[in-house]
Design a protein around this ligand. Structure first.
Ligand code: GDP
Ligand code: K
Ligand code: MG
Length: 293
């Protein structure tokens, strides 16, 4: 029996649905999803294992022009996804603007490895609009095979999966066959808490937040978690906590509910808020939070 294995890396503009697709392909909620740009800050692997193949999907942050150190690290994750890909998935959505990074776009159109261009969110658009966009993208990225999908409704996702399997090179597995991701459990706790913050707080708040899980103890029937929510300024701390702690309580309650599903166990969460001045611009802090390459 021949064995296939490879890296299938998903790149594109912010908010086009990269994380939704990755979760749909892997069948697990590994990546957090919100309507806000910059929800995904890391490169997150989702591994699909079968006897005769291993697909290592990578979800990546949306492409942007970095304005501070954290965003530079995010773009380094995108760069790394270009470097090790065996198949490149370039995702666009109906109605989107051009890719903001010309250099990345050139790498896509001159790519020597197969490129699959996914036109996502077709559930939101008319057939006429979709047909027009297919033509547009076929001209713009002639080396790509184009699929129209709805990652949200999983429309045409199985066809994309089959295409990926076909394009996958032969070779041995990169990771143990029971491994689902490269990230530790604490990472998913941090991300889930950050997802709730992205959902419930406005303006600059979610972008100023980093979450660090200090304690993660898995017992037979319960997971005990203690996490710190870091903000950049004192005023942000008050906003996160809210009136009599109500806002923070909601974050904890909603994160707990999702994490109970994720870990299939009861979860107990304690949340603290700390000011960590300008962590987004501090290379040493960023390294500690896993943003180094
Ligand atoms: P990312 O920033 O590229 O990772 O995008 P996300 O996966 O976080 O999705 C951004 C937003 O688009 C979220 O609100 C998703 O629910 C939504 N979304 C993703 N895929 C689809 C789709 O196929 N159809 C529609 N209507 N919305 C989608
Ligand atoms: K998003
Ligand atoms: Mg994302």
């Amino acid at each position: 029996m021949t064995h296939k294995a490879g890296f299938v890396n998903i790149i594109g503009n912010p908010n086009v649905g990269k994380s939704t697709l990755m979760n749909a392909l892997v069948g697990e909620k590994l990546s957090i999803i919100t309507a806000k740009a910059q929800t995904t800050r890391h490169r997150i692997l989702g591994i699909v294992n079968e006897d005769d193949y291993q697909i290592v999907f990578s979800d990546t942050p949306g492409i942007l022009k970095p304005a501070y150190e954290l965003q530079s690290s995010m773009m380094d994750f995108v760069k790394s996804a270009f470097e090790d890909a065996d198949v490149l998935i370039y995702m666009v959505e109906v109605g989107e603007k051009e890719l903001k990074n010309e250099a990345f776009f050139k790498r896509i159109i001159h790519s020597e490895i197969p490129v699959i261009l996914l036109l996502n969110k077709i559930d939101k658009s008319s057939q006429e609009e979709v047909e027009e966009k297919i033509e547009y993208w076929k001209n713009k990225v002639p080396n790509a095979e184009v699929f129209v999908i709805s990652a949200l409704e999983k429309f045409n996702v199985p066809a994309v999966f089959e295409k990926i399997k076909e394009l996958l090179p032969e070779g041995p597995a990169f990771y143990p066959k029971d491994q689902l991701t490269d990230k530790p459990e604490r990472f998913f706790v941090n991300e889930k808490i950050r997802e709730k913050i992205l959902m419930h707080y406005k303006k600059e708040i979610p972008y100023s937040v980093e979450v660090e899980t200090e304690e993660f103890i898995e017992e037979e029937n319960i997971v005990r978690i203690r996490s710190i929510i870091m903000v950049e300024r004192e005023t942000q701390k008050g906003i996160i906590i809210g009136h009599k702690g109500s806002a923070l309580k909601r974050v904890g309650a909603e994160a707990r509910k999702d994490l109970e599903k994720f870990f299939e166990k009861k979860v107990f969460i304690e949340l603290y808020v700390k000011v960590n001045k300008n962590w987004r611009s501090d290379k040493t802090q960023l390294k500690r939070f896993g943003y180094n390459q």
